[in-house]
Design a protein around this ligand. Sequence first.
Ligand code: PMP
Length: 305
Amino acid sequence: ASYYNEHTVLWLNGEFVKASEAKMDLYSQSLHYGYSVFEGIRSYKNIHGETKIFKAKEHYERLAESSRLMNMPYTWTVDELIAANYEVLKRNNMQDAYIRPVVFAPANMSFAKNTESFIAIQVWEMQPFLGEKLLRIKTSSYQRPNPKGFNIQAKAGGHYVNSILASQEAKAAGYDEALLTDMNGFIAEGPGANIFFEKEGTLFTPALGNILPGITRATVLELCNELDIPVEEGQYSLEQLKEADTAFFCGTAAEVIGWESIDETKFPGNWNDSISKKIQTAYKDRVTESSQKSKVKSKNSLASA
Ligand code: PMP
């Protein structure tokens, strides 16, 4: 599938330009070293027919935080970028889209100080990511990057070499996707999604620290709070995961997608009766604004990451 055609427009450093005419410097550090930060965002047509970027503020704030962690100047305001983003959607006549902002570096190889960054906001039709059916997952031979070697909370381009290797390995072995552990062997996340598992009516998810602080993960925690679903964050082993009733990935592109199995272990829970499935449904409703946000009972917002 192609991400753009001759009509596609993107936003580049404050201007709307045709994708086919947009230029980037081949000497950029971002290309050579993966020194870039980016976001993956979704817009949805809501039940009133309006285009809504889901959690736009959270995504552009994370982009700013990623830039800060990578010492890349971030000279834009969140509001300015959200406005530009809506305009890119409009100019491309898109409602249900995948949105990709990228901050990248110029051709300054000194590393001493990055005085300048560039930004592009691209949108494309949502491509199938992990699909709809329950996934067969393989534990990866690759671990997530060691947080002592990378600022792992940053959504940085170079970190995704790890994701690509893990995903390719799983797919080459006939699985749908990989699960990676952290440097201590605890379950961490997928190449492009966070993970939850369900055991006896409680959901469990790896604590923040060695994973990307997912915005969908935060949304799932919010939904658990609203729906009175018990949820715990901690460090969990593969053995604990393999004893779960159900499990799922969650991410902007993946949304909430259940697992059939991990390695040779099939999850015994009935997906359609599971609390995981409840979360999946509630998430779909939330992104399309088809259900009224239920009254927030608790002031302690454990979910706002
Ligand atoms: N972990 C990784 C490694 C990811 O790439 C993503 C996708 N951005 C996620 C988790 C999920 O994050 P989010 O819910 O913010 O999309």
